[in-house]
Design a protein around this ligand. Sequence first.
Ligand SMILES: [Zn+2]
Length: 240
Amino acid sequence: MSVNLYHSQRVRGFQQQSVKYSGRTMIIVLKRTKFNCPWCGSLDVTPKAVSDRKIHAEPMGFCRKVILKLTTHRLYCHACHVRVMEHIHFLLHPKSRLTRSLERTILELRQHMSIQAVANFFHLRWHTVKELEKRALKRKYSRIQTSHIKAIGIDEIHVSQRQDEGKYLTIVRDLNSGAVIHVGNGKGTEAIHGALRKLRKAKLRVVAMDMANAYYNWFAKYFPKVSGHAYCSVASFASI
Ligand SMILES: [Zn+2]
């Protein structure tokens, strides 16, 4: 028996070697039909088997648990002379244990169901669903549009009494929308240095901050246009 892998799982470029059932679990053994170099696209490559993988896929019919078994390969490309792992298009990153399609379904369902309910439905561990969601949030918020930002505020907040923990966090926000752009450990210029890359395209004109002197030189160095405009020192402009 064979199943249509493209329509059910968004898997293409693989052959089904076998389909087995064990209760409500379906195990599909896959084999690649052809290899090509992920760098230059050449088909002139020599594959070498690296490891056997089991990937959770979308439920099919009465089978709530569908496992794709496949062998991953390292490729040597004779055209560009590189050794590189093959690209598996239905995985979001090379070490994923779930198909891209299943990850998307889980994220959709999480808007309506608890982590535990989603985990039970797909026969996954709570931790697996939680980690998947954390990675998705990181992807979504790791790149922030800052090109429109003209005014930011910097706030130092006291978060812990303990000596062994960082006592302060420094929050950098867009003053118009209130969106957090950067959170740095500690305070002072070291804590806001991580914001530099994120603010590279910003058209900063105004910086509102407490303890203005601690940051003045830093801003004068990296955002000289700001220094010609108003630095306003405010006691506190926001709370989180
Ligand atoms: Zn190549």
